[in-house]
Design a protein around this ligand. Structure first.
Ligand SMILES: [Zn+2]
Length: 120
């Protein structure tokens, strides 16, 4: 991949990371404010539900953030856009939609099939 394209994807990744961080901050703020406004009687359960949602969201975002960090590192190392499993170049259209992708679409599908089998 040439430098211009790498730069483009780098910016895409940085922007995505910023969006996630902002969203996480806002969500956490909303959750805190939300539970403060609850009357005492309406109740511990609602507060806990909010907390669980917040944590789950953070877990998902954290995973995505880690992927973004990894992709940024790959750009520095010059291995960005190469499938980790089979070594082919990942389709650029795929990278535009998911700049943090580390697998080509075929390997990704294979992985998802495996996860589904494991999950069942
Ligand atoms: Zn692959």
């Amino acid at each position: 991949m040439d430098r211009e394209k790498l730069q483009y994807f780098k910016e895409l990744l940085l922007k995505k990371r910023e969006e996630i961080l902002r969203e996480v901050a806002e969500t956490l703020k909303d959750l805190e404010e939300g539970s403060e406004n609850l009357p005492d009687a309406v109740d511990q359960a609602a507060r806990e539900t909010n907390l669980v949602i917040g944590l789950r969201l953070r877990d998902r975002d954290q995973k995505l953030l880690k992927k973004i960090e990894k992709a940024l590192k790959k750009i520095e190392e010059g291995t960005y856009g190469i499938c980790e499993a089979c070594g082919v170049e990942i389709d650029e259209k795929r990278l535009m939609a998911r700049p943090e992708a580390t697998l080509c679409i075929d390997c990704k599908r294979a992985q998802e099939r495996l996860e589904k089998i494991k999950g069942e």
